[in-house]
Design a protein around this ligand. Structure first.
Ligand SMILES: [Ca+2]
Ligand SMILES: [Ca+2]
Ligand SMILES: [Ca+2]
Length: 177
């Protein structure tokens, strides 16, 4: 797990993202969360087995480790807090873990955004097809804000996602780890 994470951090560094929050994590907190995630991971794996590897859907869960499903969407949803689509009302600003069950190839990466209407300028992050799932979003931050008074700020992803859409890997500079 630590090796995987540092490999991904190197990728993030190459893409000019994510290096700062990872470097800023205290060593003690890091080792604690590592052992915690090692015991938690089984539920995301169980969900994945249940679903099958690919059913074309983007999944999000209220709890860590894929507990308490919020929705499973074959398409895009521009507002997780409205009354349409697979994500509605209380689903906005609630997701704490994610899963990518998309079909491999083309738009098989899911971009998640802090605000509605897929506005990347206020922060986004992509869950790659081969990353499979993110069991604890408290480890992750959105990309830097690029407009307005909070330009340069990186908000945490946990309990903040408000829209998603399917994209290609080339559309992303920031990835969920
Ligand atoms: Ca939550
Ligand atoms: Ca919606
Ligand atoms: Ca939000």
């Amino acid at each position: 797990m630590p090796r995987i994470r540092s490999a991904l951090a190197a990728v993030g560094l190459a893409a000019a993202s994510l290096a700062i929050p990872l470097a800023g994590t205290p060593a003690a907190a890091e080792s604690e969360s590592e052992s915690e995630s090692a015991t938690m991971l089984w539920n995301c794996r169980a969900v994945r087995e249940q679903v099958g590897l690919e059913d074309g859907r983007a999944r999000a869960f209220d709890g860590k480790d894929c507990h308490t499903p919020l929705g499973a969407d074959e398409g895009n949803d521009y507002d997780w807090g409205d009354s349409t689509g697979q994500f509605q009302k209380g689903d906005t600003n609630a997701a704490s873990s994610l899963m990518n069950n998309g079909y491999s190839g083309g738009r098989d990466v899911i971009a998640f955004y802090d605000i509605t209407a897929w506005d990347y300028r206020y922060g986004y992050s992509c869950l790659a097809h081969d990353e499979l799932f993110a069991d604890d979003l408290s480890d992750n931050k959105f990309s830097k804000i690029t407009t307005g008074p909070y330009t340069g700020k990186q908000n945490p992803m946990d309990n903040r996602i408000s829209s998603h859409r399917w994209v290609t890997r080339d559309d992303c500079n920031t990835f969920v780890t």
